[in-house]
Design a protein around this ligand. Structure first.
Ligand SMILES: Nc1nc2c(c(=O)[nH]1)N[C@H]1C(S)=C(S)[C@@H](COP(=O)(O)OP(=O)(O)OC[C@H]3O[C@@H](n4cnc5c(N)ncnc54)[C@H](O)[C@@H]3O)O[C@H]1N2
Ligand code: MOO
Length: 396
């Protein structure tokens, strides 16, 4: 079977994975979720015309004439008086601008004179004033559907009085780590055993990306055990990720067992290095992503493939993964058959992202992640990539 080009794999996710149902949630629980509506401001912002400075609310037309102080307006405590010609109100940042006033003289340009004040500089109308609705008016849409809610947008919604939002349900994730040779760190190692890197990598990636703790099961290279674990995962999760057992070895049971459980294969084997044996299938809207056992391959399958699938499951608009652009700091070998996904260091001292190749790129190696910032996409071709060539990359 020919290998599927990486860009075609990304298109397959877009054509086959549908968004999960939506639900209304309190705003404070919506961090990291994707909007399924365009929430509208419940109030105008600013809600009232107010002072931007600590100083005095005045009438600009009074110029430099002395003014009598007639009250105080603090944030949350409006002055009960209007400012007439020749008058001023002491006002603090965020205080309601009293009727009659049309400017604020910040206190640095004001002298107190017993009962009143004198301005050292004239102020213009509107100076140090924030007008009601100047940022947005009640009813204005704050963000569109498909937008992921980060800390900033969450705060902007709260400020505009939006207390609940309609979002796509977040995917539940299950992880199956397969392999007779795999032992958890801290356990004794017998000949032929390896420490588990994929369990920690998968767990940490999903947690780091806001999906919470995935359910993780460790499964022997045994058809019956895998069938039981995969069946349970398909019943409980929206995205099931397996590691190992997906190539052509005698104990590579993932494709076989997935097929037996009614998971429809959409592709198997991608023209990428590392991560070639990647398997992707679906059952009733649920996604099974069979990642190879090599930890370097798992890293690529997470950053590129899981990212793209999660965006689909969560109704996120905008291309995911969101590739950035950088420039190669030195020439890098290409692979004629497979796209390479290479770990590099990013240097931004000259402004643009300069990508420096790191040693130890093989799919069974992870140690260069101590210095890597970027996963760089080098498309399959015959000639090497030249120094200075522009290439897409993802932060890792
Ligand atoms: N004849 C062929 N052999 C292989 C091919 C091929 O096309 N023809 N593809 C190779 C490629 S590329 C990859 S990638 C691997 C993927 O194989 P599997 O997905 O079946 O993975 P395993 O064989 O189970 O494991 C591969 C490797 O990774 C180690 N491993 C597994 N799990 C973990 C873990 N949790 N933590 C750390 N290391 C793990 C495992 O011990 C193996 O060394 O197949 C090639 N073979
Ligand atoms: O695809 Mo494998 O991950 O190259 O070693």
């Amino acid at each position: 079977m020919p290998l599927l080009p990486l860009s075609d794999a990304l298109s397959r996710y877009r054509s086959s994975v549908r968004a999960l149902p939506t639900q209304r949630v309190p705003l404070e629980l919506a961090l990291g979720s994707v909007l399924a509506e365009a929430p509208k401001a419940r109030i105008s912002l600013p809600r009232f015309t107010q002072s931007a400075m600590d100083g005095y609310a005045v009438r600009a037309d009074d110029g430099l004439s002395p003014r009598t102080l007639v009250g105080t307006a603090a944030a949350g405590t409006p002055a009960e008086v209007a400012v007439k010609a020749g008058q001023a109100v002491r006002i603090l940042t965020g205080g309601v601008l009293p009727a009659g006033a049309d400017a604020v003289a910040r206190q640095e340009i004001v002298e107190r004179t017993g009962e009143g004040i004198v301005l050292r500089e004239a102020v213009r109308k509107g100076e140090a004033v924030r007008y009601e609705g100047e940022e947005l008016v009640a009813g204005a849409a704050l963000a569109g559907p498909g937008k992921r809610i980060g800390a900033g947008l969450l705060a902007a919604l709260a400020m505009a009085g939006v207390d609940t939002v309609e979002v796509y349900r977040r995917p539940r994730v299950a992880v199956l780590v397969t392999g007779d040779e795999v032992r958890r760190v801290g356990e004794p190692l017998e000949p032929g055993h390896v420490y588990d890197a994929n369990g920690p990598l998968l767990r940490a990636w999903f947690v780091e990306n806001g999906y919470g703790e995935p359910v993780i099961a460790y499964v022997k290279d045994d058809e019956a055990a895998l069938e039981e674990a995969m069946s349970a995962a398909l019943d409980s999760a929206d995205l099931i990720v397996t590691s190992g057992g997906v190539s052509v070895g005698d104990r590579d049971f993932v494709p076989l067992v997935a097929d037996r459980l009614g998971v429809r294969q959409i592709f198997w084997k991608v023209a990428q290095k590392p991560g070639k044996p990647l398997w992707f299938g679906m059952r009733d809207g649920k996604v099974l992503l069979g990642m190879p056992g090599n930890p370097g391959a798992v890293l690529v399958c997470l950053a590129v493939h899981a990212r793209a699938i999660l965006a689909q499951l969560e109704g996120e608009t905008g291309e995911q993964p969101a590739w950035r652009s950088g420039v190669l700091a030195s020439s890098v070998e290409a692979d004629a058959q497979r796209d390479r996904l290479v770990r590099m260091r990013v240097d931004t001292t000259d402004g643009a992202a300069s990508l420096e190749l790191l040693p130890r790129q093989e799919s069974h190696m992870l140690s260069n992640l101590a210095s890597a910032h970027a996963l760089v996409w080098l498309r399959a071709r015959d000639v090497a990539f030249a120094r200075g060539e522009k290439v897409p990359w993802l932060p890792i």
